[in-house]
Design a protein around this ligand. Structure first.
Ligand SMILES: [Zn+2]
Length: 203
């Protein structure tokens, strides 16, 4: 049988911008989880953010420190996604003390639960394999999931979201061939594209 795939696009670099500390700490409990600092209820709304530095203008995806599970996408990329961008929630990103700056990037979360892309190998801790358990994989307060596996990435067929675009624990977007076809012919900077194999859970 032919292998089936989805596609995953995510930020390929290491640089981040800093979220403004005071702004962030004042919102712990209301917007951000007091336990894991993740965005609470990301499927309902993506918050607006205040960051300390400008996001490099020509980069199409980026990270914000402290909230690196929330994606950052350029206006250009968002526009190319067109109506498919309706599968994501967007928040504004302001640079501290430059509140009237032109907005070239948006923060985003998914409207469906974050997809945990699996790895073929277990995570290692002190050189020993760590077995996944529900206790390890979920924040006790907000329910945010965490990822520990390594190796070739895949998802199970019963985990495929019913939307064209969803989001992943790498703050990336996971999408199907409808979106893949749309993106052909465009060049993006700062982005890695990888195929994610769809495996049958029972086989
Ligand atoms: Zn949490």
């Amino acid at each position: 049988m032919m292998k089936k795939y989805l596609w995953h696009m995510y930020y390929s670099g290491m640089d981040t911008v800093d979220i403004n500390d005071q702004w962030f700490s004042e919102r712990i409990g209301a917007i951000f989880c007091p336990e894991c600092q993740g965005v609470m209820h990301p499927e309902k709304k993506c918050p607006d953010f205040i960051v300390e530095q400008r996001i490099p203008k020509n980069i199409d995806m980026f990270f914000m420190s402290m909230c690196n599970h929330v994606g950052v996408m350029s206006l250009k990329f968002k526009n190319i996604l067109g109506e498919f961008s309706g599968n994501l929630n967007f928040g504004k990103i302001h640079v501290f003390n430059k509140m009237h700056d032109e907005v070239t990037h948006f923060a985003y979360t998914g409207k469906t639960p974050q997809v945990m892309i699996r790895g073929a190998l277990p995570a290692l801790m002190d050189g020993l394999p760590v077995l996944d358990s529900d206790e390890r994989r979920y924040c006790n307060v907000c329910g945010r999931k965490f990822h520990f596996e390594r190796g070739a990435r895949f998802i199970y067929d019963d985990e495929i979201p019913e939307v064209n675009i969803s989001w992943t624990q790498f703050a990336g977007i996971l999408f199907n061939s409808n979106v893949y076809d749309l993106l052909q012919g465009y060049k993006f900077r700062g982005i890695r594209l990888e195929k994610i194999e769809i495996k049958n859970r029972l086989s």
